[in-house]
Write a protein that binds this ligand. Structure first.
Ligand code: HEC
Length: 147
């Protein structure tokens, strides 16, 4: 009788352990991870200049998959509406270099950014204009770079 009961209870225990394991695995993917997901920003979109409008189209094609629609960030890349990306810390040259050579991960836990071969320097110039106009509208002002 006891033996029979053990046989029935054991699978239930195993099941509970498996469920607990799955819960623990997914718990940190539901937005509670403070490092990666906290970086998603809700962005105020101002009226854009013509050049920035062109930049937006290019950004949506080549950058938004990681940096987010309206540069708000995703769970695979940072938003540019963070003071980290104010022009004093990431000057325009950082954008040209990022697109041309890619970026070795150094600010976030997302991993490296690959070089983006679908844009040239003129395209990136428009993307920068777009990002900077959004930054102005979202209070990301130039801060002196102290590091
Ligand atoms: C496949 C994902 C991905 C795409 C596509 C992508 N990026 Fe990135 N980018 C990243 C990640 C991830 C980082 C953050 C790296 C770090 O610092 O940890 C980053 C960082 C940057 C930085 C900061 C560079 C620095 O010096 O810290 C700039 C600027 C940038 N990206 C511009 C762009 C532009 C412009 C495009 C489109 C032409 C683009 N990215 C497309 C993933 C991407």
């Amino acid at each position: 009788m006891l033996e029979k009961l053990k046989g029935k209870i054991a699978p239930i225990f195993i099941g509970v352990f498996l469920l607990a394991g799955v819960y623990v695995m997914f718990k940190n993917n539901d937005g509670s991870n403070p490092t990666a997901s906290a970086q998603i920003v809700s962005v105020k979109v101002p009226e854009l200049s013509e050049k920035a409008e062109q930049g937006k189209i290019l950004f949506d094609e080549s950058c938004a998959a990681c940096h987010g629609v309206d540069t708000g960030g995703t769970d695979v890349g940072p938003s540019f509406m963070l003071s980290t990306y104010n022009p004093g810390h990431h000057a325009d040259e950082a954008f040209y270099r990022a697109a041309q050579f890619g970026v070795i991960s150094h600010h976030w836990p997302f991993g490296n950014m690959p070089a983006i071969t679908t844009v040239n320097r003129k395209d990136v110039e428009k993307i920068i204009r777009y990002v900077r106009e959004l930054q102005v509208a979202n209070g990301i002002a130039t801060e002196e770079h102290v590091m």
